[in-house]
Design a protein around this ligand. Structure first.
Ligand code: PGA
Length: 247
């Protein structure tokens, strides 16, 4: 039985004081061991949010990191910095990073390998555009993104990876993929993982992301191959507790 993982992606939202306010609103209502709950906050607030979550079961996660451990990379954050703060999760290859910051499958792959090397859980995002969906290339494209992101990930490490399927057309738009659309792609991701890792594919958690809210979470998370969610907008509100407690 795979443990559900429900992660809030705060994106570039919340100042320090606003972050602490939100943590106060959410920390009791989201404190559970039924699912793995992660707040992925801007780097600058990681330490403060981590401290504020002390004593709960909620993890803090980062939204990106560099694939090198240190060096002349102005403005970047390394895995060693995250690890030293006690961060255990990092979102990699979010479609916004691919679209606005030139993230490629190759850099996502390097980052995934680096995160695993240091014991972090990479939440690797994949997803198709509306155009891709209309052209009927979704399954093929997602399968290719998964293979590229995981190039070189060992049989023993694969179970530590989380894949987040996020159709780009459903992110921040209020349009959610239907549960059947989401499950179809997540099932196909599982197939791709099976072709690469055999039975170990069953241990990999696959999230759905894209306009998840407290009303649709239960139905989405009840699907065979959907092991939780990556949540943007709704993670910034008290509503997030309704997603965490979706049952
Ligand atoms: P959304 O964002 O829930 O606001 O659609 C999801 C994401 O980008 O991870």
């Amino acid at each position: 039985m795979r443990k559900k993982i429900i992660a809030g992606n705060w994106k570039m939202n919340k100042t320090l004081s606003e972050s602490l306010e939100l943590v106060n609103v959410l920390k009791d209502s989201c404190n559970t061991t039924d699912s793995e709950v992660v707040f992925c906050v801007p780097d600058i607030n990681l330490k403060a949010v981590k401290d504020a979550l002390e004593g709960t079961n909620i993890f803090v996660g980062a939204q990106n990191m560099h694939f090198e451990e240190s060096g002349a990379f102005t403005g970047e954050t390394s895995v060693l910095m995250l690890k030293d703060l006690g961060v255990k999760h990092v979102i990699l290859g979010h479609s916004e990073r691919r679209q606005y910051f030139s993230e490629t499958c190759e850099s996502v792959n390097k980052k995934t390998l680096k995160a695993l090397e240091h014991g972090l859980t990479p939440i690797v995002c994949v997803g198709e555009s509306l155009e891709d969906r209309q052209q009927n290339v979704t399954l093929e494209l997602i399968s290719m993104q998964v293979k590229r992101a995981l190039n070189g990930v060992s049989d023993s490490d694969i179970e530590k990876v989380v894949i987040a399927y996020e159709p780009i057309w459903a992110i921040g738009t209020g349009v959610t993929a239907t549960t059947d659309q989401a499950e179809e792609v997540c099932e196909n991701i599982r197939k791709t993982l099976k072709s690469l890792y055999g039975d170990n594919a069953e241990k990999v958690r696959i999230q759905y992301g894209g306009s998840v809210n407290a009303d649709n979470a239960k139905e989405l998370f009840s699907k065979n191959n959907i092991d939780g969610g990556l949540v943007g907008g709704a993670s910034l509100k008290a509503d997030f507790a309704g997603i965490v407690n979706y049952k």
